[in-house]
Design a protein around this ligand. Sequence first.
Ligand code: ADP
Ligand code: MG
Length: 238
Amino acid sequence: MNLLDVSNLHASVETDDGPQPILKGLNLTVKAGEVHAIMGPNGSGKSTLANILSGRPGYTVDGGEVMLGDNNLLNLEPFERAQMGIFLAFQYPLEIPGVSNMEFLKASIDSLARARGEEQPNTANFMRTVRELAGSLDLDPAFLKRGVNEGFSGGEKKRNEILQMAILEPEMAILDETDSGLDIDALRVVARGVREVREDRPEMGALVITHYQRLLDELQPDKVHIIVDGTIIESGGM
Ligand code: ADP
Ligand code: MG
């Protein structure tokens, strides 16, 4: 079954000069367990697609459909999409001073558990898991006590996004240039993080926006799509 099904998506962004069309009939299907890469020039609509899938305000969907399994995503609030298993690793992660990384992760996982009628994880066990995962991403445990992304370097912010993904266990992970600005070692750490999550949860789908062959080499995506001017103009294998 298709996990994510985007059909004929048209969308525009609100600008001071009125709506500007960005996505112009985009089609994309990701099956459970597949990794798809999206590449394309700056301004072609990659982040717009990622943002619209996750429900960021400021965009208008002018046509088309987005399904996650049997659910029509476009009518849902961002938090409802998260509850259904959408996760977005931001291209530019924000800092949230005053909210510790660990508290943020616990509040997130508790909120998902409540929404799904599941038991909230035991705090001590949860903190141990988070510390282990942070270690495997080469993130110092001290980062867990600091404000979310507060004063983190670019690479640390990106690894922190992968930590969130590993904790929140999405059905469909969208990574928007998580490898940008990383040196080769940090990129390997990020790729290893994604691979480890997939080993634990082989059914997770992933949409990986990147400019770099190196990440493709590390992740071996099932499909690679080229987006230009708001549509996918070519799809193929590695
Ligand atoms: P990509 O991620 O492929 O580089 P984006 O999806 O970020 O591209 O942007 C696509 C186009 O939409 C660009 O021309 C960009 O300037 C425009 N755009 C995106 N968001 C906004 C916004 N909030 N206001 C005005 N223009 C925007
Ligand atoms: Mg972008």
